[in-house]
Design a protein around this ligand. Sequence first.
Ligand code: ADP
Ligand code: MG
Length: 198
Amino acid sequence: MPGRSCTLHSTGRDTLKSMRTAYIGMGGNLASWAGPPAATLAAAVLRFDSLGRVVCRSSLYSTEPVGFAEQPRFVNAVVELETELEPRELLRGLLALELEFGRDRSAGIANGPRTLDLDILLFGGLEIHEPDLEVPHPRLAERAFVLAPLNEIAPEVIDPRSGGTVARLLASLVKGRENESDAVVRVESDRWRPGRIV
Ligand code: ADP
Ligand code: MG
């Protein structure tokens, strides 16, 4: 399937001073009030309207849980968001949406099951190091379930930490792991239309 790169589109818009491009990682493996994970992601992305404008969606991916294996597979996606919010305001909005879709952190299992996880992966080329906000996302380079959908929509975007492209990060990660064929699998859903939103 051809790539769905949105980078040319976003580069032009970055010249608007107050508008910046953020890439948001989405994931879930438990049903929420909105339905199964694909339905949760579809409902949540509509709520991003309060945070900015979604200009591109990756496909949905079915992915193997990382860290804590005894749980259902995840559904993951990445969206490109144009936003006037500051990174901290965006994080606050995303965490509020996680709660709205029933995210329950009480079990306290790192990488455990969840209805909805929303992460800021990249934000307008910025590097941020604060106790509760790190951008680029600290585990970006080691997560194929994030890099595969990010690479689908933004292969040429630069990761400011390494100075390399998203495509390069993904290539370094998958090198030597080519046999893990079911770890990250693109899937389709009636509820989710990938591609650029014009
Ligand atoms: P993970 O997404 O790694 O599975 P959590 O969703 O439980 O972990 O993340 C918990 C905390 O991570 C959030 O409360 C938030 O303050 C912090 N955090 C730091 N950097 C980021 C980021 N770039 N995006 C989202 N959350 C972040
Ligand atoms: Mg998170």
